[in-house]
Design a protein around this ligand. Structure first.
Ligand SMILES: Cc1cc2nc3c(=O)[nH]c(=O)nc-3n(C[C@H](O)[C@H](O)[C@H](O)COP(=O)(O)OP(=O)(O)OC[C@H]3O[C@@H](n4cnc5c(N)ncnc54)[C@H](O)[C@@H]3O)c2cc1C
Length: 454
């Protein structure tokens, strides 16, 4: 079995000195989890408040999902827009989508403030659709976006699709008919069966490297207000009325606020001494899903891209799709290639089954990805691909597929920015900004991300 070896972790500085919590301390804000959610929360809290921030990480900075993802920066939810509008109402769904689109500006703000020069390509990315059902869900989403006053997404439909001439009038102006060749060209495929393409802005970023560099900037900029402790697992959070006590490794942190940026809730207990129980009710509300990816290097001839392929006509937005990205990658100092990375296979761990990121990479996931590439992506037939990387990461899915951002209704000393739900980079950054507003004492309007009262 191959190892869990991620191209993003490979690019980190492995000589970076790590600090571990070595005494009891007190602080204003404790952030648990040093992935993109924790780092963004720290960034905006330090920038917009005068609070002292301590970040606790059980392993190492950006070694969770942030270091094991596809690194596509996208402003959509895995859950369809129409379904969000049905649950939360059109206004809130539209506001939520706008807020994630606005996170492009927030990521730029982080990038600029921290003076970063790490690669961050942007372009129009695509999703290939193979059934009228899938096309209809995007037509419906676009119609609702138009009603909600937000930008619709470009939807190109093949003139050769059987339904092309029979699309209901209510969707007029929300799609464009194009020759089949254009569909295949955008999707870089010769596979028959793609009927439409949905296109929107995407980017590619090593989100682990991004976190590493932003943390470096925070440590330099706020030496008296920010500290990161790695190899410091949190076992327990005890919430009181005015403060919380965090059991971290062998020490305690006394803190005015705690922000959980752990992706899920699996590994710690929350005890609410000041009111109703939180832990038992919440523990299983974020479910783990393991995503598998493989990557290989090729010559640096083509431009970056990011494409999702809904190869099965029955596939919905949420499941059964493959996602491919191509981007320049410095494999060794001065050796530049294109890295093609593909994900799709996923595994739902059983109740109580622990995820271990040191587990090997299952052969069947690799075979599934290899078969997909040969069947769909435009490479020379019969080429045997040598995979430089195979990796997996754990995602936290909330029950309704929406990230949790904000204070815990039973005790607002505790706040959340978690629940990756498949697409988590921009939502984590949006979450970081919102949490900083809560911590600054601002009034924050209602949103679909609010933690529900249970
Ligand atoms: C295969 C895969 C592909 C993906 N592709 C994309 C994509 O293309 N685009 C996109 O936007 N999103 C993608 N995602 C999702 C995205 O990577 C995540 O949503 C995002 O990285 C989550 O960041 P996070 O900070 O919430 O979680 P993580 O990065 O997982 O960080 C959580 C941290 O909390 C720490 N922690 C947990 N419990 C404790 C504890 N008790 N004490 C101390 N520390 C603790 C963990 O060690 C971890 O470092 C993908 C995810 C996977 C797995």
């Amino acid at each position: 079995m191959k190892k869990n070896s991620s191209p993003w972790i490979r690019q980190l500085n492995h000589e970076r000195p790590l600090s571990r919590l070595s005494s009891d301390i007190s602080t204003d804000v404790t952030i648990i989890g040093a992935g993109i959610a924790g780092v963004s929360t720290a960034f905006f809290t330090l920038k917009h408040t005068d609070k002292k921030v301590v970040m606790l990480e059980r392993f190492k900075l950006a070694h969770g999902a942030t270091g094991h993802n596809a690194g596509q920066v996208v402003s959509y939810f895995e859950r369809g827009f129409a379904s969000l509008a049905r649950e939360f109402g059109l206004r809130q769904a539209a506001d939520a989508e706008s807020s994630i689109v606005h996170a492009w500006e927030l990521i730029d703000e982080m990038y600029t403030d921290a003076g970063l020069d790490i690669p961050f390509s942007r372009f129009t990315g695509h999703g290939g659709l193979t059934s009228f059902q899938q096309v209809k869900s995007h037509l419906e989403a676009n119609k609702l976006r138009r009603e909600g006053g937000i930008a619709s997404r470009d939807l190109l439909i093949s003139e050769s699709a059987a339904f092309a001439k029979a699309i209901p009038e209510e969707y007029a102006g929300l799609y464009t008919l194009v020759p089949q060749g254009q569909i295949n060209e955008l999707l870089e495929t010769k596979m028959p069966g793609f009927l439409a393409v949905i296109s929107f802005q995407k980017g590619v970023l090593n989100s682990a490297l991004f976190c590493q560099e932003v943390v470096l900037y925070l440590l330099q900029t706020y030496p008296d207000r920010f500290s990161l402790y790695e190899h410091t697992p949190v076992h327990k959070v005890i919430l009181h009325k005015e403060h919380a006590v965090v059991d971290a490794d062998t020490h305690v942190v006394d803190t005015a606020k705690v922000v959980l940026c752990t992706n899920g809730f699996e590994s710690l207990h929350i005890i609410n001494e000041a009111g109703l129980e939180i832990d038992a009710k919440y523990h299983h509300l974020v479910k783990g899903k393991v995503g598998y990816m493989s990557g290989y290097l090729e010559d640096l001839t083509k431009s970056p891209t990011a494409i999702s392929y809904y190869t099965e006509p029955s596939a919905s937005m949420e499941n059964d799709y493959f996602y491919l990205t191509r981007r320049p990658y410095e494999y060794e100092k001065g050796r530049h290639h294109n890295l093609i990375s593909v994900g799709g296979p996923a595994y739902d761990p059983e109740e109580g089954e622990a995820y271990n990121f040191e587990d090997g990479f299952p052969d069947n996931a690799g075979a599934e990805i290899d078969a997909f590439i040969h069947r769909v992506y435009d490479i020379e037939p019969h080429t045997s691909i040598e995979y430089a990387f195979t990796w997996h990461g754990l995602m936290g899915y909330t029950r309704n597929g929406v990230r949790l951002i904000g204070p815990e209704p039973q005790n607002p000393i505790l706040l959340y920015n978690l629940g990756c739900n498949g697409v988590g980079i921009l939502p984590s950054i949006h979450g970081g900004r919102i949490i900083s507003r809560h911590l600054a004492g601002e009034k924050v309007g209602k949103s679909i991300f609010d933690v529900p009262v249970r």
